[in-house]
Design a protein around this ligand. Structure first.
Ligand SMILES: CC(=O)SCCNC(=O)CCNC(=O)[C@H](O)C(C)(C)COP(=O)(O)OP(=O)(O)OC[C@H]1O[C@@H](n2cnc3c(N)ncnc32)[C@H](O)[C@@H]1OP(=O)(O)O
Ligand SMILES: CC(=O)C(=O)O
Length: 535
């Protein structure tokens, strides 16, 4: 079985993602997660490029499986390799491997470096040779190799030869601008592998045409044995090849060996979400293998077949990558969908149970009115439990009323101020409670007032966060009287997320419904009771 060397650049190319700013602590924590995953090399940054990366390389965490590589560029034009301060900083990091990027597109050499083609080849050769003399394994990132090959193949080839002759262990063909297509990658990598030996060729693909994973697979198919990529496809512009997609594809489908064990693969979904959490990003529900929708079945025909054999609509078993199957109930559902979803909630109903038909009619009626349960599993569960009177949530609180005031005024200094304030009256634990809270907007104020009223009685609501709030106009033709749907995602401190929905012609009222469901769901799943909570 052929072994693929996994080279992770999340902490270097991933740091070039717009909106991403890793702290040293983030990089250390992610390096440990990558090591646990089983990648072979971790490129943690560019020592010498900024104080944070230099400090990180001076105090790298201890790894069990992987090794660190320091990234940098070949010597600058006009300098000797041994005298180039940038190269010296990369080597000073003391990592067993260094990755040096060099330009292999003639246009870049003349336009960006302002150097001659001969000098560009010398820069590569001398820099690689210098690092090899220092006892480092050199990974040569051939920047723009594919565009360079199309423009001037002999020059691109000579750049790679220079790196190889100077002792580079790996020649990584970079699709830096991400514009190369899989059939071109296959052809060019195949030519290079024949010329220089496939077991020293690597691929570094960017996703500008949505083909970074496909291009990496094409390169492997053509003989490449190192794949560079990032967690969740982070990286410059549209990102790099996503290792979270590539790893299961390489191993489960193509039978390649990597350092990732079956046990580590079963933690892939969790890892992907940990990365998003650290970056304060919402996980992509449609991410291959690990997204919440990757094994979510919605169409009634799909679910009916999945109920008989999950392989009918699943390309791999979700457990292999630590994901899980979801049966999504909506107006696209049939009885089979509902039965499966109910079984998941431990509320099984037989196919001929009249309650099943009633429930399906209820769900489809609510969907027709604007509710969307495929994105609001918690509201669906509350609806079902109430309709079947099965483990229905207690009346944790009763709303007597609320008032929301939104004020926009010109301050004395001429600036515009806005203020939102909500007053909520509830009955909680048999007692009336009235609170007032302010917020960034009316929904934030309403949320704050509800929490202020409930948290003293229900401590398990502390730390709950509203992580997403979406409003959709369902009847745009009705103008400002339109029906709106509000979807809210909530998260508790332990990381569990749930989604709720509200619908109405008043957006604040729809928001209240979704907020109330979010709080009730949390209390129900925590098994809260008024008495226990009050005590
Ligand atoms: C394809 C990639 O993603 S490569 C990685 C890209 N990542 C980054 O650039 C992030 C980190 N970069 C940085 O912090 C800075 O750019 C530094 C510290 C590396 C360099 O900063 P500066 O010395 O101020 O140079 P600056 O960034 O303005 O320009 C790059 C210089 O490197 C030269 N250069 C670019 N690529 C190479 C190369 N492969 N080999 C040698 N020199 C190169 C350019 O010609 C330019 O030289 P000039 O200043 O004489 O015009
Ligand atoms: C080296 C690198 O990041 C690139 O060529 O895209």
């Amino acid at each position: 079985m052929k072994r693929i060397h996994l080279y992770d650049t999340t902490l270097r190319d991933g740091a070039q993602t717009r909106g991403v700013d890793f702290s040293g602590a983030d990089k250390r924590a992610l390096a440990l997660l990558l090591d646990r995953l089983g990648v072979d090399t971790i490129e943690a940054g560019w020592p010498g490029a900024n104080p944070a990366d230099t400090a990180l390389y001076a105090d790298l965490p201890r790894l069990r499986h992987a090794r660190f590589a320091a990234f940098g560029m070949t010597r600058k034009a006009g300098l000797k390799a041994a005298e180039d301060p940038g190269l010296a900083a990369v080597l000073a990091a003391g990592t067993p491997a260094v990755c040096l990027v060099g330009k292999t597109w003639d246009f870049h050499v003349t336009s960006a470096l302002g150097a001659s083609l001969t000098e560009a080849i010398d820069m590569i050769s001398e820099s690689v040779g210098h690092a090899v003399e220092q006892g480092r394994e050199v990974v040569f990132d051939a920047e723009h190799l594919f565009d360079g090959w199309k423009a001037n193949a002999p020059f691109a080839r000579d750049c790679l030869r220079a790196a190889a002759d100077a002792g580079a262990r790996w020649l990584v063909l970079c699709d830096t601008n991400g514009g190369t297509l899989p059939h071109e990658v296959d052809r060019i990598v195949g030519t290079m592998a024949d010329l220089l030996g496939g077991d020293r060729i690597g691929i570094h693909a960017h996703d500008d045409t949505g083909n970074a994973v496909a291009n990496s697979l094409a390169a492997v198919h053509a003989g490449a044995r190192m794949v560079q990529g990032t967690l969740n496809g982070l990286g410059e512009r549209c990102g790099n090849a996503n290792l979270i997609s590539l790893i299961p594809t390489l191993t489960l489908k193509l039978g390649y060996e990597t350092g990732v064990t079956a046990e580590a693969m079963a933690e892939l979904t969790q890892l992907s979400r940990q990365v998003d959490d650290r970056l304060n990003r919402l996980p992509d529900p449609r991410a291959p293998y690990v997204g919440a929708a990757a094994f979510a079945h919605k169409g009634g025909l799909h679910v009916s077949a999945v109920a008989k054999d999950a392989r009918s609509y699943e390309h791999v078993a979700p457990e292999l990558v630590g994901n899980e199957r979801h049966i999504v109930v909506s107006d696209q559902a049939g009885r089979a969908t509902l039965m499966l979803r109910l079984a998941e909630l431990h509320l099984p109903l037989a196919a001929d149970d009249p309650k099943l038909a009633d429930l399906l009619a209820l769900v489809k009626g609510r969907e027709a009115a604007g509710f969307a349960y495929d994105g609001a599993g918690a509201s669906f569960e509350l609806l079902v439990r109430r309709a079947l009177d099965a483990g229905a949530p207690a009346t944790y609180f009763r709303l007597a009323g609320f008032r929301v005031v939104d004020e926009r005024r010109r301050a004395a200094d001429g600036s515009i101020e806005t203020l939102s304030e909500a007053q909520v009256e509830l009955e909680v634990g048999g007692r009336p409670v009235m609170v007032v809270a302010q917020g960034n907007g009316p929904v934030d104020a309403l949320d704050a007032a509800l929490r202020r009223a409930l948290e003293p009685v229900y401590p398990s609501l502390a730390g709950l966060k509203l992580t997403d709030y979406k409003v959709r106009i369902l009847t745009p033709e009705a103008g400002t009287k339109a029906i709106t749907r509000v979807l809210i995602e909530s998260r508790c401190p332990s990381g569990e997320r749930w989604s709720t929905v509200g619908v109405g012609s008043n957006v604040i009222d729809a928001s209240y419904q979704a907020l109330e469901d979010a709080l009730v769901y949390r209390l129900m799943t925590r098994g809260a009771t008024v008495e226990r909570a009050v005590a």
